[in-house]
Ligand binder design. Sequence first.
Ligand SMILES: *Cc1c(COP(=O)(O)O)cnc(C)c1O
Length: 457
Amino acid sequence: MEFKTIIEPFRIRQVQAVRSTTREERIAALENAGNNVFLLKAEDVLIDLLTDSGTGAMSNEQWAGMMRSDESYAGADSYYRFEKAVKDITGFKHIIPTHQGRAAERILFGAAVQEGQVVPNNTHFDTTRANIEARLATAVDIPTPGSHNTQSIAPFKGNMDVSELKIILDQWSDKVPMVLMTITNNSNGGQPVSMENIKEASGLCAERGVPFFIDACRFAENSWFIKIREEGYENKTPLEIAQEIFSYADGATMSAKKDGMANMGGFLALNDDTLAEKCRSMLILTEGFPTYGGLAGYDLESVATGLYEALREDYLAYRVRTVAYVGDRMNEMGIPILQPPGGHAIYLDAKAWLSHIPQEGYPGWALANTLYREGGIRASEIGSVMFGQQPDGTEKFSDKELVRLAFPRRVYTQSHIDYVVEVLQYINTIKESIKGVRIKKQPSALRHFTAEFENLN
Ligand SMILES: *Cc1c(COP(=O)(O)O)cnc(C)c1O
């Protein structure tokens, strides 16, 4: 008999208490936090879906590796275990540890991107865009044409528009230092990218002599979607699929806080010897010696083990099913979400759901605050607050106003998820009463982390 219930594929042997609060307490906490959930104290949050980054639960094997770690400044055993795992999975020649993904980005772009250049990506993540713009270069998003429609269903909505890439490479043949492919496409709904699309983009880059890099944060989830959705991959393991993905690239940046299953860590991996040397010199300046790159030996151990745990089929089936389950409930209730559900998160479509709030009132931000106020749930806006602020200080509204419910890895159980669904069901009954917000105070870049807001009446 094959049973169909997909269970959490682990036993829980350590727990952390969460604290319930009253609605009045949450209103006060939100007020104190400038109506910005990033500025809340975590102890005031019941279910924290702000991010899946570094928030996962580690396994007994990861903890065991951490106890076994070697903290030698140079040439530590832990580095060699880390290097072996990353090389096995990615096949790249140079493996450079960094404290997290954005450090890998800053070093790579610092070494390879110059002022006035153009970097295309299926969709840049916010830190990726900011690190390119910090080089006074332009970050261009070229997602697949259908991806702007939040309601269309397609197996690989995270794809890159390769015909658009061709136009860019034709137009600016000497201005594109590299092309990036983000898997899964986080800022575009956590949607996967097909192997076919990776191959096509990589082939075009090879033809033009332009390096092709992968932003690999959720490479394991992307591999799983290829396995279950793309013809010819159903009998391959997620590891084999990941190896094939990386074989089409010249390098990768990685936040190990995602599919590295670690609380901290990342890497830059690449084949080019000269570029690697340049990157290592920059690494020493700000991150550390090349065999630890800003990480403790025990961090390197947790990543080395975590990368393989992220590729386990039982884990990936449970992970993707959890997200799809919430998506199914939203569909039943008629709550608009970005379709289809992606790998690590559900994206509520605040523009469609709270259609009475104009974009000037930042409906995504208002919805994130409502989730906290009504249910103690913390989620993040992915919309005009996050992306609307232009480098020249002007405001440009995003085409989408989303709220991301990102699921930490191996942390919440089915009943936590059912609670989230129930809160959303309640919000659906009071949605007309939700008001927009106004920005009271903001920094000059990445404003969503620290800006303060006021509720509109
Ligand atoms: C998280 C993330 C990054 C940055 O990684 P950090 O570890 O947060 O610095 C880059 N790209 C994508 C797609 C991400 O999801």
